[in-house]
Structures are given as C-alpha cells and as structure tokens.
Design a protein around this ligand. Structure first.
Ligand code: NAD
Length: 368
C-alpha cells in the first residue's frame, strides 16, 4: 500500500459539509483507481467550531492542518455568527488567520466557462463561443492591503487616510514563478497586470516578471495595464490563459472573471504557501463562493466547485496531474450530458435537474 497522503478536511458551515461529502466520494474513487491512500483528518472550523469550542479556529484544527500536506476547505459563515466580535466571526476569525498562519501567498482562481454553459455568462455568446478557461494568479500577502504605514490621521486640521503599496522583488519573483509554472501546464501564456505608467510598484513588477520569464522560454509573456485588462476580460476573455496580478488588482480582476463565467457554484480556488520543490506546495483549497445559507440543508447545492478544489489539491499539493485531469474531465462530461443543479439549470431540452448527491454520483461514475 502506498504512503498515506495526509489531508485536513475543514467542511465548515452552510453548504460546506454537504458539498464536502461529494468531494470525499470523488477522492475515494481516485484512490481506488490510482492505488492511492488518503488520510483524512476532519475538523470543525468557522461557525460550527465556534458553537462547539467557543472559537472559529480552535487549536486542534490548526494542529490538524499543520500535520497535513494540504487543507481541503468548505466554506464558513452565516447569519447566526454575524454579530460576534470580529475576531470570533467565521471568516475573519478562521479563514484569514489560516492564510496568515501558513503564509499562503499565491491565490489561484480558475475562471472556467464550460462550452455548454456559455448562455449563463453575462458576456455575449458570440464572444465566448466554445467557452473559456482563464487562471488568475493573485499575490495574496503583500501590496496595498498589508503595507505600512496604514492609518487615518489628522493633518492640517482634516482627516487623511494612508495606505502603503510596497512589494519586495523577492515577493514578485515568488508569485511570478507560480504563474509561469502553472502556464506551462496549460496554454503557455502569462499576461502580467500592472500600472507601470503611474506606479513605481508597477515598474518593479514589470521588470521582475520580465526577468523571471527568461527562465520559462516555452511560455509567452505579455503585459497589460490593469484598466485595459478589466476591459479586455469582458471584450475578449478567450485571449487569456494565465493572468498574473498583485494583491489589489488580482482581488478585483478575479471577481470580474468569476462573474463572466456565470456560475459561482462551479469555481474552485487554491491558496498556496511554501514551495516543497518540484512544483508542489502546501495549500488550502476551497470553492470561490461562500456558505450559501439561503440553500443550506436542502441538498440542492452545486458540489462542483468543491470537487474541482479537490482536483486542484491533487495537482498542486501532491503532483497528481493525471488524477486531477480525470476529475476535470468527469465534471465536463456530466455538464455535457445535461446534469444540472438548480443554480445552472435553465430548463432547456436535454437537461436533467439533480441535487447535490446525484451530481456527485454522476461525476464519480465518469472518473476513468
Ligand atoms: P455565497 O457565495 O455564499 O452565495 C451567493 C449566492 O450564490 C447565493 O444565492 C447562493 O445560494 C449561491 N451559491 C453559492 N455557492 C453555491 C453552490 N455551490 N451551489 C449553488 N448555489 C451557490 O455568498 P454570500 O451570500 O455573500 O455569503 C454567505 C455567507 O458565506 C456569508 O456568511 C459570507 O461571509 C460567507 N462567505 C464565506 C466565504 C468563505 O468561506 N471563503 C466566501 C464568501 C462568503
């Protein structure tokens, strides 16, 4: 029997536990086919952990994550916990500290619009015929969100707000390597986003990314100013493969990309930390959406974002590229044959409306 691959499973709140069951079914099937052993350590997080232990991120949950090589995360939060003090709220008290604790500096969000779901996108269908597949690589721990000084103070008798945008060359190099390595596995093109016409940060960003590109001669690099990128994403999303951006620009553009796919319940994400060499990273893998309290407990949530998050985990934390591709292909296949959860069901001919478990089962049945 192969060495067990240790995974911390934090299902969280709302639809989190429902969709996590389906991701676990998929991983069990992958283990069977590829002769792998996963060792799952399930722990509470978010509102569920607060209810049980008085804190959204209890020490035993952190310990389980430290002992694992990857964290498979569901989602946290809900109205029940919204009026708690900030540090006890599910997202601010659990997810952000987890990102900080593990130094998760690279946020990867694939924005995939499946060919059969182009009608759900707000972008005109003729511009996205055949669907699109863009990966946003966002720097997550630097830039304007964390730079010091940061304050609101009084100067010359009026309030002023100060935020500092600061990037070290090494921080830019680190995230650029993630983007180029990811591009190598996909369409071999990186579009780097900056504002080099106005910001000193943009100049250093562009110089540094260009220097890193020299190590990846098989990957094409181009540069776009962020304002142009925001327009191009809507006008011609199919021109992009990997979009590389610093923290603030990536925050905004990744949401724009999610929107133009038209289906939040289908979007996975990865937050990667320290490199383990060989293209492998410790990481936290989670759906891009939240805990969807409006549909929780009804068995109708779309499990695909969670399942695709598990596929990203196999690829980035365990180097299991073939297994990850098998999951992606199975998901595409169920969509192509017409299986739809409520969020992507339009009632068109050939569609079959299914619940969370039936969607999970259909995907499991198609993994080869
Ligand atoms: P949301 O993403 O939970 O829901 C937005 C809409 O999308 C809802 O109508 C929901 O039903 C739908 N939706 C989301 N995922 C779906 C899925 N898998 N299948 C079908 N439909 C789906 O965003 P929100 O309503 O703004 O937030 C709800 C809670 O989630 C809040 O407490 C928020 O703080 C939290 N949240 C958590 C995370 C996280 O854990 N990373 C991220 C975002 C929001």
């Amino acid at each position: 029997m192969s060495k067990a691959l240790p995974i911390a499973v934090l299902a969280g709140d709302g639809i989190g536990p429902e969709v996590m069951i389906e991701a676990r079914k998929v991983l069990d099937r992958i283990a069977e086919i590829y002769g792998l052993t996963f060792s799952f350590d399930e722990k509470l997080v978010g509102g569920a952990a607060y209810d049980a232990h008085g804190h959204p991120l209890p020490p035993e949950t952190i310990a389980a994550c430290e002992a694992a090589e990857a964290i498979l995360f569901g989602s946290v939060g809900g109205p029940k916990w919204e009026s708690l003090p900030a540090d006890l709220q599910p997202e601010r008290g659990a997810l952000l500290p987890l990102r900080k604790h593990f130094g998760l500096f690279a946020n990867l969000r694939p924005a995939v619009c499946f060919p059969a779901l182009t009608h759900a996108s707000p972008v005109k269908e003729d511009r996205i015929a055949g669907g699109f597949d863009v990966l946003c690589v966002r720097e997550l721990t630097g830039g304007l969100y964390f730079g010091q000084p940061k304050s609101i103070e009084v100067r010359d008798g009026e309030k002023v707000a100060i935020d500092t945008m600061i990037y070290k060359q090494s921080e830019i190099e680190r995230i650029a390597h993630v983007a180029f390595a990811a591009a190598r596995e996909r369409g071999k093109k990186v579009t780097s986003i900056d504002k080099a016409n106005v910001l000193q940060n943009g100049i250093l960003w562009r110089q540094t990314v260009t220097a890193v590109a020299a190590e990846y001669p098989d990957v094409t690099l181009d540069h776009l100013y962020v304002d142009n990128a925001a327009m191009q994403l809507i006008a011609r999303p199919k021109q992009f493969d990997v979009v590389l951006a610093e923290n603030l620009f990536g925050d905004i553009l990744s949401d724009e990309m999610a929107m133009i796919t038209g289906s939040l319940g289908m979007l996975a994400s990865a937050s990667l930390g320290q490199s383990k060499g060989g293209g492998l990273y410790f990481g936290l893998f989670e759906p891009s959406g939240g805990s969807a309290p409006d549909i929780a407990g009804q068995g109708i949530a779309n499990p695909i974002a969670q399942i695709l998050s598990a596929a990203m985990m196999l690829r980035f934390s365990f180097g299991l590229h073939e297994a990850a591709a098998a999951i992606n292909a199975a998901v595409k296949s169920v969509i192509d044959v017409g299986f739809r959860t409520g969020d992507i069901y339009t009632g068109d001919e050939g569609q079959q409306k299914v619940g969370t478990a039936a969607m999970g089962d259909a995907i499991v049945a198609r993994i080869k």
